[in-house]
Ligand binder design. Structure first.
Ligand code: FE2
Ligand code: FE2
Length: 179
């Protein structure tokens, strides 16, 4: 029984390590997009700032959880930070529509990831479940913002796939690096 409990705790700790790194990645994606938007799409700056602030808040919430459970951050965290910024800049340079289409793709991938975790957390840890659920609600808003301002035109499919692929790869890498 104790063994099972410690396995569950390890599992959940790994989830939060991955989410913590991912939120830093997300924060940096929006920082990268903001960097470009300040020059080319000033009308998008307010929305991007609002989203970036929420990502920062998510990053802090998961960071606090790790601190309280005396668990160190994921080893891959700096890859996420730089990779996120780069992905943000690249997607924004393709144009404003492309940028928001990428937001839709990235946040959809994040939502899938959270949903899988929530299924597990619901059965094993109510407090952590609620924490992730609240954050997931924000991600849903980000995804919707991307869907509203983006486009489902065929021409954005390659970029959308690139954004999705990069996000999936980052999640996969974090799972490997979390311990
Ligand atoms: Fe987030
Ligand atoms: Fe988000």
């Amino acid at each position: 029984m104790n063994h099972q409990r410690s396995q569950t705790a390890k599992h959940i700790a790994k989830f939060i390590q991955i989410n913590h790194a991912g939120e830093l990645g997300a924060l940096n994606i929006y920082r990268g997009q903001l960097f470009v938007a300040k020059f080319f799409y000033p009308n998008a700056v307010a929305s991007l700032k609002k989203i970036a602030n929420q990502e920062q808040n998510h990053y802090q919430i998961f960071g606090l959880w790790l601190q309280q459970h005396t668990i160190r951050h994921c080893d891959g965290i700096f890859i996420w930070a730089w990779g996120g910024f780069l992905l943000g800049v690249i997607t924004a340079l393709f144009g404003q529509k492309a940028m928001w289409t990428s937001t839709n793709a990235i946040e959809s991938t994040v939502l899938n990831h959270f949903e899988q975790q929530l299924n597990y957390l619901q059965q094993h840890d109510t407090a952590t479940f609620k924490m992730v659920q609240r954050i997931k609600d924000d991600e849903q808003q980000h995804q919707q913002c991307g869907a509203i301002h983006g486009s489902d035109s065929m021409r954005y499919i390659p970029l959308s796939n690139l954004a999705k692929g990069a996000t999936k790869f980052a999640i996969w890498l974090s799972i490997k690096l979390a311990h």
